[in-house]
Design a binder for this molecule. Structure first.
Ligand SMILES: Nc1ncnc2c1ncn2[C@@H]1O[C@H](COP(=O)(O)OP(=O)(O)O)[C@@H](O)[C@H]1O
Ligand SMILES: [Mg+2]
Length: 326
């Protein structure tokens, strides 16, 4: 890729200390690049570490989390700066639409006022500018300014999600992290919200890190994809490679169980078995118990991430390549 990456995530490890003192290793050695104006998808079953990846990068995890590795935003390591510096990056450069965000609006406050409050609370701009900005933002996400005066209950789910996206875009960030932004919406509205994100991306040159368990959304939106399994990267590559030349058995199973992109079902559950417990991780490959192609080695050796070809990586003993260098 010619243009240089805006964000380089390197060897991200996140662990949670549980109340019983056991350690849940939620992320291990996660590395990927986010390019300006592009969308990267993080995909995998529930519990595989997608949300933890976003929250680690933005440093929004609770105090029982410990994080190591790097998240280099324009060469500044977000994981090494102090909290005050970090605050100057959130919203202004790195914005997030949280999982389930559209249900987090305050029911007894007008939508335009909520957006305005968020802007003022975070000292993003002075009051008179904030008022103007609220109108602009509502229009940007396709909500008429007058409707800003309504309350969340007068909005459909799609409109509430648009309002949350508007709030995230208040300061024209360079990266938008969107965690399952369309999961709670019906298929038609889902498509409209995705169209909106694409449209805004083009107009603002925004980079998007999109978390989803839905391969249809990935196909529709993404330039590149990280397939995660049990807190590790199973495969990473361009959307073309992932869909047309998948190399990890997990990716292959995901695609097989997703026959028709136009009629999504709850497909990820259709791979028999469940992901590993993060407190009792196996010595070998985390996918081994569910893998249709497993060999002896998979039980004992954890497969390293291999570079298979041009910017295509997979962690599987059946594949040949040189160790990935991130
Ligand atoms: N605050 C926390 N304390 C302990 N474990 C957590 C915490 N947050 C997440 N986890 C664990 O980390 C794992 C990954 O969770 P998550 O990142 O939310 O997955 P996903 O978004 O892919 O569904 C899960 O097993 C979850 O239970
Ligand atoms: Mg999640």
């Amino acid at each position: 890729m010619a243009e240089s990456a805006l964000l380089r995530v390197r060897h991200l490890n996140t662990a949670f200390t549980l109340p019983d003192k056991r350690t849940a290793r939620a992320l291990e050695d996660v590395s990927f690049d986010v390019y300006p104006g592009q969308t990267i998808g993080l995909v995998g079953e529930s519990g595989c570490g997608k949300t933890t990846t976003l929250m680690s990068i933005l440093r929004l995890l609770p105090s029982n989390a410990s994080i190591s590795g790097q998240a280099l935003f324009k060469d500044v390591d977000l994981l090494a700066i102090d909290e005050k510096q970090m605050r100057s990056y959130r919203w202004r450069e790195l914005a997030i639409v949280f999982q389930g965000a559209m249900n987090a609006l305050n029911p007894v406050m007008r939508v335009d006022q909520q957006i305005r409050e968020a802007i003022l609370l975070h000292h993003l701009m002075p009051q008179d500018q904030a008022d103007l900005r609220v109108g602009e933002l509502l229009e940007l996400v396709g909500i008429a300014r007058e409707r800003g005066r309504q309350y969340p209950f007068q909005y459909s789910g799609g409109m509430r999600q648009r309002a949350m996206i508007a709030m995230a875009l208040a300061c024209s960030p360079s990266i938008l992290f969107a965690d399952e932004p369309t999961t709670a919406l019906d298929v038609m509205v889902q498509a409209q919200v995705l169209e909106l994100l694409k449209d805004i991306q083009q107009r603002m040159g925004l980079a998007i890190v999109l978390v989803t368990h839905d391969l249809g959304v990935v196909a529709e939106m993404c330039d590149s994809v990280v397939v995660m399994y049990g807190g590790k990267m199973a495969e990473y590559g361009s959307v073309d490679e992932i869909f047309n030349n998948p190399q990890h058995p997990y990716t292959q199973k995901l695609l097989e169980s997703f026959p028709d992109l136009n009629h999504p079902t709850d497909t990820l559950a259709s791979i028999p078995g469940t992901p590993p417990r993060l407190t009792e991780l196996p010595a070998g490959c985390r996918f081994e118990p569910r893998c249709h192609l497993r060999i002896e080695r998979c039980k004992t050796d954890s497969p390293p991430l291999l570079e298979l070809g041009d910017a295509h990586y997979a962690a599987c003993h059946l594949r040949q390549g040189k160790p990935a260098h991130f």
